[in-house]
Design a protein. Structure first.
Length: 74
């Protein structure tokens, strides 16, 4: 996988692996937007900071959800 992605040229990047799809785009203000979804659906997506490199975000899948669930986070 490329170490660096030039969004200026591609405008949109889709990364697929380990059951996740990451859709990466850039808005008109230069912000990076990441949309994450499960390939098969019905899974909980976990987002956390990397243990060794605090500048990195780690996305992973948890066990399949048993049914609809809504959790509000302030």
């Amino acid at each position: 996988m490329a170490k660096r992605i030039d969004l200026e040229k591609t405008e949109q990047v889709e990364i697929t692996g380990s059951g996740l799809i990451l859709d990466i785009t850039q808005d008109e203000r230069g912000r990076i937007l990441v949309r994450v979804e499960s390939e098969i659906g019905g899974r909980r997506i976990l987002i956390k900071q990397h243990e060794e490199d605090a500048r990195c975000i780690v996305y992973s899948l948890d066990a399949p959800l048993e049914g609809p669930k809504l959790t509000l986070v302030k």
